[in-house]
Design a protein around this ligand. Structure first.
Ligand SMILES: [Zn+2]
Length: 241
């Protein structure tokens, strides 16, 4: 497996997930089509599938144009998003397996940001695509679910092997780390993470991917002791400047 990060829109990330043995690929969360088609051409791969993490337009807004260019694409999302994702050819549920040649993904249902939110976990490749559920040092807002739901979803992701790379949906890392430092001034790993993120951004690089190990050490939402603490932190972050 090879992952190519495809910046979309203002601060979204789509990911081209390539099976090098076949030269076929899936695109996770194409917020728009043009940069995805450009990456597909540059990498000289065949795009075979759209893997959606949830229905928001900044994650699936490119579906229509991608399907116009490539009508045979498989389009997969959670069954809750059946009516909310353009061009769906298959719906999935928690635990389902999705195969694309040598790529094997397992679906982790993680409601909270939305009620159709899923992560795509490629265990053999030690990678997970989390959309707007788990960010570097942050998590998505609770648009459809509640705090208990999101807390449980994050705990499931946190239980993945620590070396798992976390490919998240937005470049919010520096702002998230500022909140993390204010929330947990005694968490020793946060200042180091701030330095790493600042260096990457200064060099024009993305901060994605993170790892589960880094999130366990720096992410105040993953580290929340229980759903009540999670809920309080989520509320505080909503108005943090
Ligand atoms: Zn979203």
């Amino acid at each position: 497996m090879r992952v190519v990060t495809v910046p979309c829109l203002k601060d979204n990330y789509a990911y081209l997930v390539i099976d090098d043995s076949s030269g076929r690929a899936a695109i996770v969360d194409p917020g728009e089509a043009a940069p995805v088609l450009e990456a597909v051409g540059r990498e000289a791969v065949t795009l075979a599938a759209i893997w959606a993490t949830h229905h928001h337009p900044d994650h699936v807004g490119g579906n229509r144009d991608l399907l116009a260019a490539l009508p045979d694409l498989e389009v997969i999302a959670h069954h809750h998003d059946r009516e909310r994702v353009h061009g769906l050819t298959r719906t999935v549920a928690d635990g389902d397996q999705v195969t694309l040649d040598g790529l094997q993904a397992r679906i982790i249902y993680n409601p909270g940001h939305t009620l159709g939110a899923i992560s795509w976990w490629l265990e053999a490749d030690a990678a997970v695509f989390t959309g707007d559920t788990l960010f570097a040092a942050g998590c998505g807002r609770l648009f459809e679910g509640d705090a208990a739901m999101m807390h449980a979803s994050l705990q499931r992701l946190a239980a993945l092997p620590p070396s798992t790379r976390v490919y998240f949906g937005h470049e919010y890392t520096e702002a998230n780390l500022r909140f993390a430092a204010a929330t947990e001034p005694d968490a020793a790993a946060i200042p180091a993470a701030i330095a790493v993120a600042a260096a990457r951004r200064a060099g024009g690089e993305a901060t994605t991917p993170s790892t589960i190990a880094v999130e366990l050490a720096t992410n105040p939402f993953v580290r929340a002791a229980d759903a009540a603490e999670f809920g309080a932190r989520r509320k505080a972050k909503d108005s943090f400047r």
